[in-house]
Design a protein around this ligand. Sequence first.
Ligand code: GLN
Length: 547
Amino acid sequence: MARFIFITGGVVSSLGKGLASAALGALLQARGYSVRLRKLDPYLNVDPGTMSPFEHGEVFVTDDGAETDLDLGHYERFTGVPARKTDSVSSGRIYSDVLEKERRGDYLGKTIQVVPHVTNQIKDFISIGEDEVDFMLCEIGGTVGDIEGLPFFEAIRQFAHDKPQGQCIFMHLTLLPYLAASGELKTKPTQHSVKELQSIGIAPDILVCRSEQPIPEKEREKIALFCNVRKQCVVAAYDLKSIYEAPLAYHEQGLDQAVLDAFGISPAPAPKLEVWHDVYDRIHNPEGQVKVAIVGKYTQLEDAYKSIAEALTHGGMANRVKVKIEWVDAELFDNDDATPYLEGFHAILVPGGFGERGTEGKIKAAKFAREKKIPYLGICLGMQMAVIEAARNVAGLEKAGSEEFDHEAGKKRFEPVVYHLKEWVQGNHMVARKADDDKGGTMRLGAYDATLIEGSKVAEVYGSTSIEERHRHRYEVDIKYRDMLEASGLKFSGMSPDGKLPEIVEWEGHPWFIGVQFHPELKSKPFAPHPLFADFVRAAVDTSRLV
Ligand code: GLN
């Protein structure tokens, strides 16, 4: 039966709870344990699928087709454990499940209340698959004291109470602000945050304290005494150059040892950290640098393309180079020449996106990369834009467009090279969607197989002709245009197994121009860079040698 670690945060948000959880997961794995990480989010959206990337960052998609919080991406990147639908839940999902049960009469006419009905629903969620792993790490989103977080805090308190003693521990992240004027680290906010937790019945076993300055022994003792934890359970978390240093840094500060001690596991197996030492070495000792442009729409908030940025970093690690990413807003050259914005980059990546804004700029970016022979990776919308560019500028279909934007009244440009997909095959069954279905959950989501053409660039890059990648889109390149586009040189080098849906396109005779309908970035790890990203960065290194 699993042991449970509940991770909460206090004082301020954005302390890196997700990263601390992911790093702890990696450290427990390094000691030979199996882990699963979960995120419980107090917001009322049913899932993050319809939340704006401007506000909430990227939507992370799991193999089984859940649209989840980006923290699940961190979990996967650090542990390599594929996340599932049942690893992410929000208040909205919990309430909607409770209300559905109420409507169905499952509660037999009882009065439905936060305690016990909502809290029981949360507890049931936490225990899904508890027999499968040694440790279950559950992160509670938000900060202690938030109104909407209360049912979650009450649920984890009860959960630990229901389990035999010693099976659950609580880890709390706080901030030690540094007052430059007095030259001191202040512990009071941490004390207050722990008090707040204690007032709802939770006594943390471990405190992880974010700090810009080294924490003096005296302050550590003070925190331990006033917060009622052992001194070795006050763990420092200092700022890092790269997030991938976190497992080694937390190990040095004794986090994994403190956790194992808190569970009374002794002697604990020694950790095997070679993988993380290698990752550290690759980040800290690059042998060169390449400049990659990400031409997108959500460029003000880097979290909107979190997994892409991380996958590029992994690609850099595979080639022992630093990847310098620059965010280029495609809208800047929607009606303008792209050259001044894109000159000087060693590679161009056009990521996924929704809606028309910036798409003409993205089409120009694809044209620029094709003509100047700059490596281009188009992901999802980035592939669709590359296909429209090829259709308009090479195949002679001047009016080529996508049903995603060109259906609006009055638009006459329009040869629907990219069309609204309403039916497709998943495994052995058909999936159908109506145009007026709810916005949430109408997409082709999750892992699908693709078959690659023997001898194509992608087959060489993957070293295989059959792959599985994650999807998240409503629109699709129309196979009708295949012959015409292939005659122009744009090869359809990857298809769905039934041969109906184009999954990958590549330009013949171009050093590196690949568009993929799926999201390879979601599966890249620092210790196992995704082959497309590793080879894309390799091609960027080649370009950098030419200039
Ligand atoms: N908007 C496009 C579609 O729905 C692309 C989606 C994406 O890039 N994830 O097909």
